[in-house]
Design a protein around this ligand. Structure first.
Ligand code: BGC
Length: 432
């Protein structure tokens, strides 16, 4: 049958969707998940119209080439230690959320592919997913790929041949899983994109993530507010660090922040002494702390040494890049800490927040994301439509993927206790 797919700019934010045309496409998977996607879209549009959108943070809502990991052993050790410190809290939270999902799995096998254990958040995501799926009665095959694309490709292929009935995938590089995704589609195995969108594949049924554009906007607005850019004369000095170019989220973070900050750069109120502004130049392969640190070392020696310039703010798209920037600033013995943004509330970064080295992070409650993804698995397994709240922002190149967006929350010294400790995400000891 022929279906009509309206496509949008891939990086368009929710509020700035630009339609650039519709195409007709033959849908060979009649009655399959692709059809379901269209139905879901229509249903969800009704929900949107009824004004029922809400973030999942609220209680009411329920080139396949090898890409080397550049993380240092020290980073791995920190991530592992931070993870084990947080794991006991996660497990108990996971238990109660899995109860919500119900015990519906019937022992069916779900494949969960995670990018790496090197960064703290993916350990938490994986732990939460596994616990919540098991609690709901599923068998789980969970694999981490050490940020190596070829490893992830073969892990997903194995999940398919081992009889997984649904795949939940947080990719390393969104473009690189075309072959196994094609195999999944052939085998009739639905795929859920987890946190990061799988690009250019029509095998993807749903996407569960946080509002990525909003994350970037909040980081940009934080800098705007703290430097009082609307009123102050400036000029202020800014440097910019974003994430891995193969991660579609990095575009959203960068665009969200730059939509706030770029006008000030254009007017000269914000100056970037390194001259490094465009996405490709400020991207950080694998979101590596070490790579960010090396780049910041070079920026400092070239532009800020001996008080040549005062660094006022560093836009960092996430905590692993922020950590690299903070390490470089510390090593250079900078007299005054600039405003530094981040994302994820990794333990090392919350410690730096408390120590006055990092100004803010963005809390993305991985328990809630796992909860939404498990609900999607459940719905698919029961032949139902999964709950989504965004049907226009995430076009993966084959059409818009029905998405559930969770709500990211700005975290500072003022609210970290409430968000992270009172909610049981971390214990006070984790942050000492
Ligand atoms: C996630 C961020 C994370 C980054 C590095 C992104 O895809 O959305 O939360 O900081 O990957 O792991």
């Amino acid at each position: 049958m022929i279906i009509k797919i309206c496509r949008m700019s891939q990086t368009s934010p929710v509020s700035k969707v630009v339609y650039y045309g519709c195409k007709e496409k033959r849908d060979d998977n009649q009655g399959g998940i692709r059809m379901k996607r269209k139905v879901v879209s229509i249903l969800a549009a009704g929900v949107v119209a009824a004004g029922m959108l809400a973030g999942c943070g609220s209680a009411s809502n329920t080139a396949a080439t090898s890409k080397e990991s550049t993380s240092t052993a020290a980073t791995e050790a920190t991530a592992a230690a931070d993870t084990s410190a947080a794991e006991s809290q996660e497990n108990s939270q996971a238990d109660s959320q899995a109860d919500e999902a119900g015990s519906t799995g019937g022992g069916k096998l779900v494949g969960v592919a995670m990018p790496t254990k090197d960064l703290q958040r993916w350990n938490q995501d994986g732990t939460n997913m596994e616990a919540q799926l098991k609690k709901a009665g599923y068998e789980v095959d969970i694999q981490y790929a050490n940020n190596d694309v070829a490893t992830q490709v073969s892990q997903v292929e194995n999940m398919i041949s081992n009889g997984c009935e649904v795949l939940v995938i947080a990719s390393i590089d969104g473009e690189s899983l075309g072959t196994p995704l094609g195999q999944a589609k052939e085998a009739g195995i639905p795929v859920i994109s987890y946190d990061r969108l799988l690009m250019n594949s029509d095998a993807v049924s749903y996407y569960a993530t946080f509002d990525n554009y909003k994350v970037g906007t909040k980081q940009g607005e934080y800098i705007e507010e703290k430097l009082d850019l609307k009123n102050a004369d400036g000029p202020f000095n800014l440097e910019i660090f974003t994430g891995d170019p193969g991660d579609n989220n990095a575009n959203f973070f960068y665009n969200g922040a730059m939509d706030v900050l770029k006008p000030y750069i254009d007017s000269g109120k914000l100056v970037v002494p390194s001259g490094q502004i465009d996405f490709a130049t400020v991207a950080t392969a694998n979101w590596s702390t070490e790579t960010a640190q090396n780049r910041m070392d070079t920026i400092i020696s070239g532009n800020y040494a001996d008080g040549a310039n005062k660094l006022d703010a560093v836009l960092c798209s996430n905590d692993s890049t922020a950590l690299g920037v903070e390490n470089a600033l510390e090593a250079a013995g900078m007299a005054e800490w600039p405003i530094i943004t981040g994302q994820d509330c990794d333990i090392a970064n919350v410690k730096n927040l408390i120590a006055g080295k990092q100004s803010m992070s963005v809390f993305k409650d991985t328990r809630e994301l796992a909860n939404q993804a498990v609900k999607m698995v459940d719905a698919i397994m029961q032949g139902k439509e999964a709950e989504v709240n965004d049907t226009k922002s995430y076009d993966n190149g084959t059409g818009v993927i029905p998405t559930f967006l969770c709500d990211p929350i700005v975290t500072t010294m003022d609210n970290y206790k409430e968000l992270l400790i009172d909610s049981g995400y971390y214990s006070e000891d984790d942050l000492k």
